[in-house]
Design a protein around this ligand. Structure first.
Ligand code: PLP
Length: 336
């Protein structure tokens, strides 16, 4: 796999920290838990999309674009980070926001929505859940072109093969850090949404010869659908980057038991996970992705899936800038 032949902008200052979580490990009494801090990537507020945008925005600039167009839910971290990259590069940015939960758009919302406005979004169009987002973004691109400008469309979550190279790169970074820090892991846990993170990691670890099993905790789709999606996307990443193909499908594992009522809808286990990490490690998770992924990890430990003596790595993909928009779902207003 040759990542160096792709144009790339730099939004991370170097490898993100790989650290133990001794207090959480002790509290849960199971395996030794470590965390990869991809909430500490560059660009406003940080998070996993910064790695994908290194490749996507470089491609946009190479193609002579002056405007980025992307889409996401109303509190999308991906939209926030795409705007931040646009600001950094002197590009304009338009958003298509999908109300995946009916009536979830609020013009005066805090969290990521506040940051869209702060970072100078050129326009956003709110569309109902289930809208053809590719079509809506293509309409926006036409509108930009009619002004004599040039748009570059980034798919939801930045999860095409090119964007996923950011996580193939992260897989290689983890291999190098394990060597550097003289540590090894038995399992890797991450949130699995639009899939570029999960698929990119699998592609990078597989091509790097690492035999580290990855469990994706679904934040939206049922297991079978998400696994099919990850298999196809991983193969597309390997094909694009010239990685070792095929990767055995058996390596793709999704656990869909922690989604609750659906994408972005709060669950009791998510709330517990967000509170525990804040209170015993001083680490902020988010309600939509990393809280549910951590709920999955805690749940699997309680089921006895991972045992004492094993070492488990949790990938923190970011998202804390949305916390304020979910205040009432996270803390009881009557408690101090
Ligand atoms: C987008 C996102 C994810 C999911 O990553 P995908 O590559 O879309 O699967 C996880 N965590 C956070 C905070 C995100 O914003």
């Amino acid at each position: 796999m040759q990542l160096s032949r792709f144009p790339r902008r730099r939004y991370l200052r170097g490898p993100t920290p790989l650290e133990p979580m001794p207090r959480l490990s002790e509290l849960l009494g199971g395996p030794e838990l470590w965390i990869k801090r991809d909430d500490l990537t560059g660009l406003a507020g940080g998070g996993n999309k910064s790695r994908k945008l290194e490749f996507l925005v470089a491609d946009a600039i190479e193609q002579g674009a002056d405007t980025l167009i992307t889409c996401g839910a109303v509190q999308s971290n991906h939209c926030r980070l795409t705007l931040a990259a646009a600001a950094r590069e002197g590009l304009k940015c338009r958003l298509v926001l999908e109300e995946r939960v009916a009536d979830s758009f609020q013009a005066d919302a805090t969290g990521n929505h506040l940051l869209y406005r702060l970072m100078g979004v050129e326009s956003f169009r709110v569309v109902p859940g289930g809208t053809d987002l590719a079509g809506a973004m293509s309409d926006e691109a036409d509108a930009v072109a009619s002004e004599g400008r040039r748009a570059y469309v980034i798919p939801g979550g930045g999860s095409n093969a090119l964007g996923s190279l950011g996580y193939a790169n992260c897989g290689r970074e983890i291999i190098a850090q394990c060597y550097e820090q003289v540590v090894s892991f038995d399992h890797l846990i991450c949130a699995s949404g639009s899939g570029g993170t999960h698929a990119g990691l699998l592609a990078g670890l597989h091509s790097g010869g690492a035999d580290l099993p990855v469990v994706g905790i679904s934040v939206r789709q049922p297991k079978e659908r998400q696994e099919r999606h990850i298999v196809a996307l991983t193969d597309a990443v390997l094909e694009l980057a010239g990685g070792r193909r095929p990767m055995p499908e058996a390596k793709v594992e999704v656990d869909d038991r922690w989604v609750g009522g659906g994408y972005s809808l709060p669950t009791a286990t998510m709330r517990e996970a967000v509170q525990i990490l804040a209170q015993v490690e001083g680490i902020l998770l988010d309600p939509v992705y990393t809280g549910k992924a951590m709920a999955g990890l805690i749940g699997q430990i309680r089921e006895g899936r991972y045992t004492k003596g094993e070492r488990v790595l949790y990938l923190h993909t970011g998202g804390a800038p949305s916390l304020s928009a979910y205040a009432s779902d996270l803390v009881d207003p009557r408690s101090s």
